[in-house]
Ligand binder design. Structure first.
Ligand code: UD1
Length: 417
């Protein structure tokens, strides 16, 4: 099994190019089932994307990848399977996103229940709630969701009882070909969802957003030659901004839109990090004294749960007691015991972590437990004394493209063995 070896305390300097967003690419790849032919650009070539491509291939989509350009061409066959098997959905929950497009286009779909995962139970009840309101008949049997709408889906007014990124995406995808209009309320409005909407518009859908309300007029499209460039990965950018805040003489983060990172930039400035914003880049350098902060994870435009673990590492270096409340997932502090083994002083009470800083971190052998927890251990290793070994980095490979290459380019001592 591969590991990362990190020799800490190296000052970082250089340029980091941010990849395309994994979380935008996944629903857009699922949405490509709705088109005849699609060319996607700026797709990050990470494990989760390959898993989604494998699933689409299984369904019957023809796929060509141009590695150097991060481009993927997807062509829909006439012969397709409306099935997403367990083996392809169990490793990546986003596989459930093919449910909406298959159901709306072919009137039926059988998709494996994704099950729980390390960070929480992560049910799909909200996805199914929306599909049922659009007229789908749904049965759960033998670990599979079987959905049917032989006469097609019908537009509806749907108010989500709580905000979910995946459920909003599945509902949007299903409403794409429903008869009449659909109004979704209490939606997630993450930038990745806005990217999916801009893709669906290219496919011919009429979509209007106002606050957390989205109106869709469904219509199957026959438009060919659709080109779409995936937005940048704001979580990857946020991760490197934190690396820069901890260790950089001067790091330039490029290929981004700083407006999307408004909240993260505000937090970093509040903590005392030196940061200069340009149109498509950010310059960041370490500050001598970091201030404590209190954060609560919330749906966008709030503080993202996907940056909670990384910000916690930054908090270990701030003066005073910082706090993070995790409001989205029930079990997303698994990095804490590992950070403690490296010398971090962190206490957890209910949903809140109290981080006592600043504390000196020491290199250790640690275990990655999920995608974002893994990268927080890499950040901790970069600031720790001596050598850190991060095990189980397959979690990291699910979502970070060329992590060690990007860090090495900025003079970090990191290698994969
Ligand atoms: C997406 C992101 C993930 C991010 C999360 C929250 C992708 C591929 N993944 O995951 O990186 O951490 O948003 O920003 O884009 N819930 C239910 N029932 C449902 C669906 C969700 O109770 O049917 C709950 C979840 O358990 C969780 C909360 O709603 O507590 C938010 O989850 P959701 O927004 O759906 O996350 P994902 O789409 O799975």
């Amino acid at each position: 099994m591969q590991k990362l070896l990190i020799k800490g305390k190296k000052e970082l300097s250089g340029t980091i190019l941010i990849s395309g967003s994994k979380n935008a690419s996944l629903p857009i790849l699922a949405a490509s089932l709705l088109a005849k032919e699609v060319k996607l650009h700026n797709v990050p070539l990470v494990k989760d994307i390959f898993t989604m491509l494998e699933l689409l291939k299984f369904i019957g989509v023809k796929i060509k990848i141009k590695n150097n350009k991060r481009s993927i061409i997807l062509k829909n066959n006439k012969k397709i399977k409306t099935l997403a098997p367990y083996k392809l959905v169990k490793t990546m929950r986003a596989g459930v996103l093919v449910l909406g497009p298959l159901l709306t286009k072919y009137g039926k779909a059988k998709v494996s229940l994704p099950g729980g995962c390390a960070i929480g139970t992560r049910p799909v009840d909200l996805h199914l709630f929306a599909l049922k309101q659009l007229g789908a008949k749904i049965k759960i049997k033998d670990g599979y969701i079987s959905a049917e709408a032989p006469n097609g889906l019908v537009g509806a007014n749907i108010k989500f009882p709580s905000i979910s990124v995946g459920a909003t995406e599945n509902a949007l995808l299903a409403a794409f070909n429903a008869k009449g209009n659909t109004i979704l309320s209490n939606c997630a409005i993450e930038p990745e969802i806005l990217d999916l909407i801009s893709f669906l518009k290219k496919l011919g859908s009429k979509i209007k957003i106002s606050g957390r309300k989205i109106k869709i007029s469904g219509k199957m499209s026959s438009i060919k030659n659709i080109n779409h460039k995936i937005i940048f990965d704001r979580i990857e950018a946020g991760t490197y901004l934190i690396a820069g805040s901890l260790l950089s003489k001067k790091i330039v983060i490029k290929q981004i839109n700083p407006k999307v990172l408004k909240y993260e930039i505000k937090i970093l400035k509040k903590m005392g990090v030196k940061i200069s914003i340009f149109k498509n880049s950010i310059f960041i350098s370490k500050s001598k004294k970091l201030k404590k902060i209190y954060l609560t994870t919330k749906p966008f435009p709030g503080f993202p749960t996907d940056l909670q673990a990384q910000f916690m590492v930054l908090m270990t270096q701030a003066n005073g007691i910082s706090k993070i409340k995790e409001n989205i997932f029930e079990n997303r502090f698994m990095h804490v015991p590992e950070l403690r083994r490296m010398g971090a002083k962190i206490k957890i009470k209910n949903k809140t972590a109290f981080i006592f800083g600043p504390s000196k971190l020491n290199g250790a052998e640690v275990m990655a437990t999920d995608l974002r927890a893994s990268v927080s251990l890499v950040l901790a290793g970069l600031i720790a004394n001596n050598r850190t070994v991060v095990n189980r980095i397959y979690h990291l490979d699910r979502g970070y493209e060329s992590l060690e290459k990007k860090l090495k380019k900025c003079k970090a001592e990191i290698k994969r063995i």
